[in-house]
Design a protein around this ligand. Structure first.
Ligand SMILES: [Fe+2]
Length: 300
């Protein structure tokens, strides 16, 4: 009779669980699950997790799954507000070759946004807000411009909502991608995004309220910059003058990602600025060599 997995008291559970999983053929999976078991068991012992607390944890995990659908991803949001997404992004994207800083993907990226010509606007309807002109250059770590790079952008509206959250906006509003020219440059027009509250209708909102944390992200534009033969860069550029810059609920702000949102007074040359002036943002991206691959979109 095999008695190897008969548990001889609380202290033996971890070792028995390891033994049961030791034959996992895939070495990476074996290591990942073993470490997960080690850390989870250690956590349970460290905090003396009660059965009621265990139920709450399981309910949280169940809830974030059940609250995820085609237009909302509560699981990604949970990883973001716990600092997990940023930790993974920073550990996997060191700036050791002069490449641009990466940031978390967030829960709002949609694949298959429309191709736009450089200079075109991603505001697909008349919307209030201050015009913003965004431009920059995509280069390799050797400094050479990267022609034909794809610059995929997405952002919240001036009232702080992504188009998938807002019936007032047409589909794919404030989303699009641009292809850099021979000089590696991209440019587009938009409206300045507002900082926004992350969705708080679900389990993440409950957690934030229990923690007495605000739910705000500072104003930012998301970028996914790619080129054949280069590692895809996923990042965000934040408004330097924005409230909550120093307290992003998703921990996305790092110093290199604070962009200069330069305000230009009304009445400048050739600008239909509606009397509120306009902003410019210039931001260059440097890609390292690597595989050009893309994440699965958190929403459809
Ligand atoms: Fe965002």
């Amino acid at each position: 009779m095999n008695t190897a997995n008969i548990i001889d008291g609380e202290a033996s559970v971890t070792a028995v669980a390891h033994a049961a999983m030791a034959r996992t053929p895939d070495p990476r999976l074996r290591r990942l699950v073993a470490a997960f078991v080690d850390h989870m068991h250690a956590l349970i012992r460290e905090v003396d997790l009660t059965e009621a607390e265990f139920e709450t944890v399981l309910k949280f995990v169940t809830d974030i799954g059940q609250q995820t659908n085609d237009v909302h991803n509560e699981v990604v949001l949970a990883a973001d507000v716990l600092g997990i997404s940023t930790l993974v992004a920073l550990r996997n994207n060191p700036q050791n070759q002069g490449q641009s800083a990466a940031a978390l993907l967030g829960p709002f990226w949609r694949a298959a946004s429309p191709l736009c010509a450089n200079g075109e606007s991603i505001a697909r309807c008349d919307m209030p807000g201050t015009t913003m002109e965004v431009s920059g250059q995509v280069r390799g770590v050797d400094g050479a411009p990267l022609a034909g790079a794809k610059v995929d952008v997405w952002q919240a509206s001036p009232v702080g909502l992504y188009e998938n959250q807002d019936e007032q906006q047409p589909s794919m509003n404030l989303r699009g991608y641009f292809i850099t020219g021979p000089d590696g440059r991209y440019s587009f027009r938009t409206v300045r995004p507002a900082g926004y509250p992350v969705p708080t209708h679900g389990a993440v909102g409950v957690l934030l309220r229990l923690q007495e944390r605000h739910c705000m992200r500072p104003a930012h534009v998301h970028f996914m910059v790619s080129h054949p033969g280069c590692k895809t860069l996923i990042t965000q550029v934040f408004a330097d003058d924005c409230e909550h810059l120093g307290s992003d609920v998703s921990f996305g702000v790092t110093k290199p990602l604070v962009g200069q949102f330069v305000h230009h007074a009304p009445g400048g040359k050739d600008k239909a600025d509606g009397g509120s002036g306009y902003y410019t943002l210039n931001y260059d991206f440097v890609l390292e060599q690597g595989a050009s691959c893309f994440p699965e979109a958190p929403i459809k």
